[in-house]
Ligand binder design. Structure first.
Ligand SMILES: Cc1cc2nc3c(=O)[nH]c(=O)nc-3n(C[C@H](O)[C@H](O)[C@H](O)COP(=O)(O)O)c2cc1C
Length: 145
């Protein structure tokens, strides 16, 4: 049974709400999921799919995520071939999830789901539905292996 991690970085709760719905979508597809707002680099090794949630601040991902990804690289944690995906709440430009996905793809050589899911500010009911569907897509990819 594949294991999916939903790891999110949110300051005002928009990306957090998205993360909860993404995790729900994974679970509804019958796949084991953990929802976290912090993790150690070593923990990542225990998951088949890593879904990163990040808001966009100053045209970038949340700073805590940036330093976390640097730490993962520095420690040489091997994520090659694992499934990767990214999502996040944004206001106008939404670079955060795009940049995070690029790191997963090009630095860690993960098998990424493109494009990332972006939602403006707080997700509405329609937005939450999109998040659930996104989670389901990740779960289906993880089930295929
Ligand atoms: C200081 C500040 C800088 C921001 N910079 C950007 C930005 O460069 N691009 C963008 O799309 N949104 C930007 N935003 C909007 C946030 O991404 C938006 O409020 C989002 O919903 C925050 O997500 P969160 O609730 O998960 O923290 C900024 C917001 C603040 C307060």
């Amino acid at each position: 049974m594949p294991r999916v991690l939903v790891l999110y970085y949110s300051r005002t709760g928009g990306t957090k709400k998205m993360a909860e719905a993404v995790a729900e979508g994974v679970k509804e597809a019958g796949v084991e999921v953990e929802l976290k707002d912090k993790a150690t680099p070593e923990e990542l090794a225990g998951f088949d799919a890593i879904v990163i949630g990040t808001a966009t601040y100053n045209h970038n991902m949340v700073r805590g995520l940036q330093s976390f990804l640097e730490e993962v690289a520095l420690k040489g944690i091997d994520l090659k071939g694992k499934i990767g995906a990214a999502f996040g709440s944004y206001g106008w430009s939404g670079e955060g999830p795009r940049l995070a996905l690029e790191v997963l793809k090009n630095k860690f050589e993960m098998d990424v789901l493109e494009p990332p899911l972006l939602i403006k500010y707080k997700p509405t009911a329609e937005g939450l539905k999109k998040c659930k569907e996104f989670g389901k897509k990740v779960a289906e990819k993880a089930l295929k292996g």
